[in-house]
Design a protein around this ligand. Structure first.
Ligand SMILES: NC(=O)c1ccc[n+]([C@@H]2O[C@H](COP(=O)([O-])OP(=O)(O)OC[C@H]3O[C@@H](n4cnc5c(N)ncnc54)[C@H](O)[C@@H]3O)[C@@H](O)[C@H]2O)c1
Ligand SMILES: CC(C)[C@H](C(=O)O)[C@@H](O)C(=O)O
Ligand SMILES: [Mg+2]
Length: 368
């Protein structure tokens, strides 16, 4: 299979972990006889430094013509004092919006060797397997106006959604629930927000089209509590943009580290963008200790979702699982025993396991 893949390493640890993903994909392509061609472009702070904008035109064009996109992370202190419209994060929001990537799938699946790496009790997190579906191109992130008023004393952010923007993500969530365990939790703040009332109304309307799916509504504050006290109550969780951002970082605690979570940003058809859930981690950037697994697992999601390469995706997931079973872990994973390694060594171990795996064991798909 011949594929053109755009790499957007971005800033901080983004560059370090992108190298890991590229190496793993090169291994997969030579093992399976595919041809992946990589084209690297700038986004975020890196792009501001090079071209004065967080999302250059040539990056947009390249992404529009690609088969898939991998993104590392954007942001960092260096650019913190820039006005909001020029910050690195605008590059990420811009590419998501420009490509119409309204559905962000964030699978939260614990690997058993990491049960003791979480501060939560083993019996609580055991078997955690949740698919968070986050609306990605609407809500507070994109509503206008978003401004500080002239006298400097008033600020406004606008939570704006059109009905169809809610309908399409809710449909996606019901369909994902049907491919998993037919249970959907919808998270909102319908006791306060008008937008959440419309959201809940749509979920109830849509549930008639998916009679096999049981639906539970939760208010976001209670959902945040239940996510880490009774994670087994969740299977597919759907929510709007900001709630999904916050809940997914919280849910990463179930897996032992934020560095473990992959994600897929997609639309109904066309190109998909794959990115770990975490950011540029300025506190550890440049030290060679970032956990590359969220990025590597994002590459596996890309193979599965954009290219239909299920076997190859499973091979990567299995190789990651084997590394952890062998005790290899980066410092963010507070595993008892085992061997602490850096980004490069961890990547090396994944590649080692990939090249020695003769049979691919089915470990279940990361998301439906
Ligand atoms: N997708 C993205 O590009 C993205 C996502 C979140 C935050 N950000 C940006 O990143 C910058 C830093 O934000 P933050 O510090 O709040 O969040 P962060 O996700 O970068 O880091 C939060 C904590 O998690 C740790 N961490 C994150 N990824 C890790 C990894 N792969 N391995 C080991 N530890 C890891 C960090 O060291 C830090 O302690 C900000 O500019 C923010 O806007 C970007
Ligand atoms: C960097 C930021 C704009 C981004 C978001 O809030 O969407 C990040 O936190 C994420 O989760 O992908
Ligand atoms: Mg986030």
């Amino acid at each position: 299979m011949d594929k053109q893949i755009i790499l957007l390493p971005g800033d901080g640890v983004g560059k370090e972990i992108m190298e890991s993903a590229k190496r793993v994909l090169n291994t997969i392509s030579s093992e399976f006889g595919h041809s992946f061609t990589f084209h690297q472009h700038e986004i975020g702070g890196d792009a501001i430094d090079q071209s004065g904008t967080p999302l250059p035109e040539d990056t947009i064009k390249a992404c529009q013509h690609a088969d898939a996109i991998l993104l590392g992370a954007v942001g960092g202190e260096k650019w913190d004092s820039l006005p909001a419209y020029l910050r690195p994060e605008k590059g990420l929001l811009g590419i998501r919006k420009t490509l119409g990537l309204f559905a962000n799938l964030r699978p939260v699946k614990g690997f058993s060797p990491l049960l003791d790496a979480s501060p939560l009790k083993e019996e609580v997190i055991k078997g955690s397997d949740i698919l968070i579906i986050r609306e990605l191109t609407g809500g507070l992130y994109f509503g206008k106006p978003s401004e500080r008023r002239e006298d400097g004393e008033v600020v406004v952010d606008t939570l704006y959604y059109q009905r169809n923007e809610m309908e399409r993500i809710i449909d996606k969530a019901f369909q994902s629930a049907q491919l998993r365990n037919n249970h959907l939790t919808s998270v909102d703040k319908a006791n306060v927000l008008e937008s959440s009332r419309m959201w809940r109304e749509i979920v109830d309307e849509k549930s008639k089209d998916y009679p096999d799916v049981t639906v539970e509504h939760l208010l976001v504050d209670a959902a945040a509590m239940k996510l880490i006290t009774q994670p087994d109550q969740f299977d597919v969780l759907v929510t709007e943009n900001l709630f999904g951002d916050i809940l997914s970082d919280e849910a990463s605690v179930l897996t032992g580290s934020l560095g473990m979570l992959p994600s897929a940003s997609i639309r109904s058809d066309g190109v998909g963008l794959y990115e770990p859930v975490h950011g540029s981690a300025p506190d550890i950037a440049g030290k060679g200790i970032a956990n590359p697994l969220g990025m590597i697992l994002s590459a596996a999601l890309m193979l599965r979702h954009s290219f239909g390469l299920e076997k190859e995706a499973l091979e990567i997931e299995e190789a990651v699982s084997q590394c952890l079973e062998q005790g290899y872990h980066t410092p963010d994973l507070h595993m008892k025993g085992g061997q602490e390694v850096g980004t490069k060594e961890m990547t090396e171990m994944v590649i080692d396991n990939l090249t020695t795996n003769s049979v691919c064991e089915q470990i279940g798909t990361m998301y439906a």
